[in-house]
Design a protein around this ligand. Structure first.
Ligand code: SF4
Ligand code: SF4
Length: 370
């Protein structure tokens, strides 16, 4: 079997008529967005507006290009994301809209309204039935469920707990309410390695719920308050905090795949995915900084299959030469696994395997370069 179709346009832009924006327009035409939407449809354009301090969120020009194409189909697009578990710039809809505007996403710049899909405080969701290994139902944001169709725009990058973040992560963590995010994160519990801890307190500053304190010169984490975000693992300069038990990241990835399935369950043939392989950082866009890229920019992919587009993204990333002055610790050569080179202990392929097992999509694909 040939697998799902994935369309690709490369990063090179050599003239005004071959600018990246023009190439994205051609990619949108090639994938035929009219297959997923019709006149009058409410189309959720799902993206991540970027945490405060992050500089590698999706370029608003690309989002505007997608929105204009949707208007050309006489659809009613709106930009959307969900609130975060942790208390930062995207914790509620008011703060979330403010950071979106500060990052260049507003009606004035994009031409479409922004609707935070899980409401003012992240409580607006409905149960969706799934036949998963971990869940029989998941909590998906109402704004996602109420939309007639969806265009999912994903900045592909690494992730400190699940190894990589692509379309599956955007659909799962990005389309669930706060309660849903809790259901996924519940299995994550960080642990301090006492003999490595220097007591410098760097982790305290990064914990979004202030559940770390110093006790007798050593970091102490209150498990009852921890939301399992993993920020402290990244923040510790001495590798003195680890995720407790090697299966936690595996469990989270399997749960993510089941939430991703729930997010698109009622939208058969109504969802299109675009993965942007640019500014490929080691951390996710929930971080409040952007580290150096681990590989050069590659281009943009489009598909109707979230699993195929993530697999194709990984394969293209792995073909690149790794960037030496980056968080990459090994696997620099073309053909070597880059996200594994950043996070040697994490197997990010779990999310793809489980997603395929539960019927979200297909890991095999055929790529069409335009
Ligand atoms: S950042 Fe690391 S070394 Fe510093 S207090 Fe926290 S756990 Fe200990
Ligand atoms: S994972 Fe770490 S940073 Fe996140 S809430 Fe728990 S202790 Fe705080």
């Amino acid at each position: 079997m040939a697998g799902s179709k994935v369309f690709f346009t490369g990063r090179r832009a050599t003239s005004p008529r071959k600018s990246l924006q023009v190439k994205l327009e051609k990619l949108i035409d090639e994938v035929e967005l009219n297959r997923i939407t019709k006149k009058g449809d409410f189309v959720a354009v799902k993206l991540h507006f970027g945490e405060r301090g992050l500089t590698t969120y999706l370029n608003p020009v690309f989002v505007r290009t997608v929105v204009d194409k949707l208007y050309g189909l006489k659809a009613k697009p709106f930009l959307t994301d969900t609130n975060t578990l942790y208390v930062e710039a995207r914790h509620n809809a008011v703060d979330h809209l403010r950071i979106a505007m500060l990052h260049g996403f507003s009606y004035a710049t994009i031409g479409a309204p922004i609707i935070i899909a899980d409401g003012l405080k992240g409580h607006s969701s409905r149960e969706v039935s799934v036949s998963g290994k971990h869940f029989q139902s998941v909590k998906i944001a109402e704004g996602i469920l109420d939309a007639d169709s969806m265009v999912v725009l994903t900045h592909v990058k690494g992730h400190n707990i699940v190894g990589m973040g692509g379309a599956i992560k955007n659909l799962s963590m990005g389309c669930s309410s706060r309660a849903g995010k809790h259901m996924m994160h519940a299995s994550i519990s960080p642990e301090v390695i006492i003999n490595r801890c220097k007591g410098d307190g760097a982790c305290l500053e990064h914990c979004p719920v202030q559940c770390i304190s110093l006790q007798e010169g050593t970091a102490f984490i209150r498990d009852d308050l921890c939301i399992g975000c993993g920020e402290c693992v990244t923040a510790c300069p001495h590798n003195a905090i680890r995720i407790n038990g090697s299966s936690d990241g595996v469990l989270l990835q399997e749960k993510m795949a089941e939430f991703a399935l729930g997010a698109v369950q009622d939208k058969k043939d109504k969802v299109c995915f675009f993965n942007f392989l640019m500014d490929i950082t080691p951390h996710c866009d929930c971080h409040s900084w952007s580290d150096s890229f681990i590989v050069p920019d590659i281009g943009i992919l489009a598909s109707f299959d979230p699993v195929a587009i993530d697999q194709a993204s990984i394969d293209l990333i792995n073909r690149q030469q790794g960037i030496f002055d980056s968080k990459l610790k090994g696997n620099f050569s073309p053909g070597e696994d880059k996200f594994h080179g950043v996070y040697p202990g994490l197997d990010y392929t779990v999310q793809l395997r489980h997603a395929e097992e539960i019927g979200l999509g297909n890991r095999s694909y055929e790529i069409f370069e335009i």
